[in-house]
Design a protein around this ligand. Structure first.
Ligand SMILES: C[S@@+](CC[C@H](N)C(=O)[O-])C[C@H]1O[C@@H](n2cnc3c(N)ncnc32)[C@H](O)[C@@H]1O
Length: 251
């Protein structure tokens, strides 16, 4: 997306406490740290899957296991100047998603910022991502999560007391639509890997019984989705529509 932080956090200050929830390998934190080099900030990353957490050797970055749908450590309440979370909300299993957002808000210091970013899988101009998006919509419909959560984040943050809210919608060009050849290749690879990662969920547990997969997509069509996505993103490109919402906790 070409930008690490959308919220107008005052990064000229030193000693900021920054958390990235659902951080995976902590790449976002590492990149932000590089950008803000020498500011004595404290960076924390959490993820529900321990093996996703990279072994980083930066003294100011800590990565640890933590879920958005279980209680946060009590001493983290109002500790962070900037709470960042990207592409994690669908992993909320144990509590309603608006409650998880409220719990994240509890980590923000008065005067601090929170920023949530999610992919809208219902973008009408998704190009080569069309079948993968349809598959994801079918999964989220079937599991009851729904796929309109990116559009609801602003309201959830507002209900949790966040002010100065802004929503940005960015269409990220993938593959052939990205003018930078390196980014074109990287985005094709990233999207294809993500789609492959979703396949075990899409196949579902009752596919053998019903002879049709639980999504109502015939097995041969479903299995063709990763190759189709790879080919189409490479040749005609795709669009990943991102909803980015940020706001401030009042003082
Ligand atoms: C699509 S990846 C996004 C990683 C990173 N935020 C990024 O934007 O590159 C989703 C990450 O969220 C983590 N995750 C899924 N459910 C979670 C949950 N309930 N609590 C915390 N992390 C979760 C996954 O393990 C995975 O690392």
């Amino acid at each position: 997306m070409g930008k690490l932080a959308f919220a107008p956090v005052d990064f000229t200050r030193s000693g900021l406490h920054i958390i990235d929830s659902g951080t995976a390998d902590g790449r976002w934190l590492v990149n932000l740290r590089e950008q803000l080099h020498g500011k004595n900030n404290i960076y924390v990353g959490t993820d529900s899957v321990e093996k996703n957490l990279a072994k980083l050797s930066y003294p100011d970055i800590t990565l640890e296991v933590g879920r958005i749908d279980t209680p946060w450590p009590k001493d983290w309440v109002e500790r962070f100047d900037y709470v960042h979370q990207r592409l994690v909300l669908p992993g909320c299993e144990f509590i309603p998603v608006e409650e998880a957002v409220k719990n994240l808000v509890s980590l923000v210091k008065p005067g601090g910022w929170i920023e949530l970013l999610e992919h809208d899988h219902n973008c009408p101009t998704s190009g080569g991502l069309d079948r993968a998006d349809a598959m994801v919509r079918a999964i989220f419909t079937q599991n009851g999560f729904g796929y309109d959560y990116p559009l609801r984040m602003k309201g959830w943050l507002e209900d949790a007391g966040i002010v100065d809210l802004k929503q940005e919608v960015i269409d990220v060009p993938l593959g052939a639509l990205n003018p930078n050849p390196e980014m074109a290749e990287k985005s094709t690879w990233q999207v294809t890997s993500a789609v492959k990662g979703v396949m075990p969920i899409a196949r579902g547990p009752c596919s053998i019984l019903s002879f049709r997969l639980p999504l109502g997509i015939p097995p041969e069509e479903l299995e063709a989705i990763p190759d189709y996505t790879n080919r189409e993103i490479k040749s005609r490109g795709g669009i990943q529509r991102m909803y980015i919402v940020y706001g401030r906790k009042p003082l």
